[in-house]
Design a binder for this molecule. Structure first.
Ligand code: HEM
Length: 482
């Protein structure tokens, strides 16, 4: 199936080029936004409460017989100010890939849709993720983020493994005390130390407050910004009334943010100075961008993704753990490294399949830079300048025209030649896995680091344990490796 689609696809091209150059037949974009106020409200209740995002989108996809349609995507509330929920959903790989074409779309202020958290959360400035590629500062910040990753390379693996070791120590202790151990807090404590040391060059242990509470400070700062856009699953209608109707003021976390700011300014001075001297940022710009990359991108991303790897592995009953353990044994060498995990084909494929099946950042948005014709697999649609496109990764990554048995988790899906080809359509990083992040695009700067770190995480598990079981965020048994 994929071969048919890929005949005309360029390996590193972000857009899927059809085998034939004739565009599919034109179609008016189906769907509607409903009556003012009532349409957005009813869609919001369906999205967050009665249906949930996945069912909400699947139902409309079936109703309109189209992977492209008009719909309201929350939040929308009179108390949120001027937030326009009217969007065009793009839910197959081909239409979704338009979100990466920076000639067609712009990414100014659309990280989480038309709703943008107050810039008081980021030092009263628009940090890199809110900048479009045409804004000169985007290049400065993107290059800075690439630089801090490169500079961290010498300690990244050792810091990761030593901190993850502390995490497993704590989990084993909790497990023997109470028969089950939540991974979340030990993981976040370890991630915070690892990322702060690697990306900022600062050791949280130098400040007892940051060392003990830094990760909680980041959690609160992050949560308050995105709450209006997230389905949490607490008792309704309380969630609609208290979480999705208004934006929370920065004042609730300003004290903590100031402490983090001062910590980065003092203990991360070397990295901050690099931002100033090499990338032309002001001290304030360097620090607020570092805090965003640390807290939102890196800490936020790994806090979602690593637990999803553990849950998938720990609930597997197909013998996957034994296969991964065998590969780790054969290819792991004396010490784990990026080079050794790169050789582990099944481990990599398992990580990719987890990213496909359960993308850590499910929503991507982009605004049409100009009028253009957008194609899905079977139709072409006229898009008008200024319209907001909404991509839901979870459905695009289950596109049956690209992925065989898309609703099934197939750990070795990304092995062999066919598996490599499929990486053109793995979009978790806001771009194809075969793409290269850079100043001209908005792809995750740490695209390769994330995958390799996840591979290290998996390989390390099987050097420690023969097997383990986990249910919804908790480890329930571990059998140590002999
Ligand atoms: C599991 C971990 C991570 C996930 C799932 C993730 C995911 C993403 C996604 C989806 C975007 C695009 C957002 C958008 O504009 O729609 C993004 C952007 C970005 N990520 Fe990551 N990320 C992760 C870790 C990291 C880390 C460790 C860094 C550290 C440098 C990082 C740096 C960035 C930066 C700087 C951008 C903005 C790119 C730009 O503005 O051009 N990310 N990430």
């Amino acid at each position: 199936m994929i071969q048919m689609m890929c005949l005309g696809a360029k390996m590193s091209s972000p857009s899927i080029t059809p085998a034939s150059t004739t565009p599919p037949p034109a179609r008016t974009i189906p769907g509607s936004y409903g009556m003012p106020l009532i349409g957005p409200l009813s869609d919001r209740l369906d999205f967050f409460w009665f249906q949930g995002p996945e069912t909400f989108l699947r139902k409309r996809m079936e109703k309109y017989k189209s992977t492209v349609f008009r719909t309201n995507i929350p939040p929308s509330s009179p108390f949120l100010g001027k937030v326009n929920p009217e969007m065009i959903a793009v839910l197959d790989c081909k239409s979704f890939s338009n979100l990466f074409d920076m000639e067609l779309v712009e990414k100014k202020n659309v990280l989480i849709g038309d709703f943008m958290p107050s810039i008081s959360y980021t030092g009263n400035m628009r940090v890199g993720v809110y900048l479009d590629t045409t804004e000169p500062q985007h290049s400065q910040v993107k290059n800075f983020s690439t630089d801090i990753l490169k500079r961290s390379a010498s300690i990244w693996v050792s810091e990761f493994l030593s901190n993850i070791d502390i995490m497993w120590g704590k989990i084993e202790k909790d497990l023997s005390a109470s028969g089950s151990a939540s991974i979340f807090l030990p993981l976040q404590t370890s991630l915070f130390r690892f990322l702060t040391k690697s990306l900022i060059g600062a050791d949280p242990a130098n400040s007892s407050d940051i060392g003990d509470n830094g990760y909680i400070m980041l959690d609160k700062w992050l949560a308050l910004q995105i709450l209006p856009t997230q389905k949490i699953g607490i008792l309704q209608p309380l969630e609609e009334i208290f979480l999705h109707s208004f934006a929370y003021p920065f004042a609730l976390v300003s004290g903590d943010y100031k402490k983090l700011y001062e910590f980065v300014k003092k203990d991360g001075n070397e990295v901050v100075q690099r931002g100033i001297s090499e990338f032309g940022l002001t001290q304030d710009e360097a620090i607020h961008n570092l805090l965003f990359i640390l807290g939102f991108n890196a800490f936020g991303g790994f806090s979602v993704f690593l637990p999803s790897l553990i849950s998938t592995l720990g609930s597997d009953t197909t013998g996957l753990q034994a296969k991964l353990r065998e590969e780790v044994k054969q290819k792991g060498g004396d010490t784990l490294s990026f080079a050794s995990v790169k050789e582990m084909e099944l481990v990599n494929s398992f990580v990719y399949e987890t990213l496909r099946f359960n993308p850590p950042v499910p929503n991507q948005f982009a605004r049409a830079r100009k009028d253009f014709v957008m194609s899905s697999h079977d139709s072409s649609y006229q898009i008008r300048r200024g319209e907001l496109l909404y991509g839901y990764q979870l459905l695009a990554m289950r596109d049956p025209k690209v992925f065989d048995n898309p609703e099934t988790f197939i750990p070795d899906r990304f092995t062999g030649e066919k598996g490599k080809e499929l990486l053109n359509y793995l979009f978790w990083s806001n771009g194809p896995q075969t793409g290269t992040p850079g100043p001209a695009n908005k792809q995750c700067a740490a695209k390769d680091y994330v995958v390799l770190t996840a591979c290290l995480f998996v390989a390390d598990i099987f050097r420690r344990y023969n097997s383990f079981t986990a249910t919804s965020g908790s480890i329930t048994t571990v059998e140590k490796a002999k």
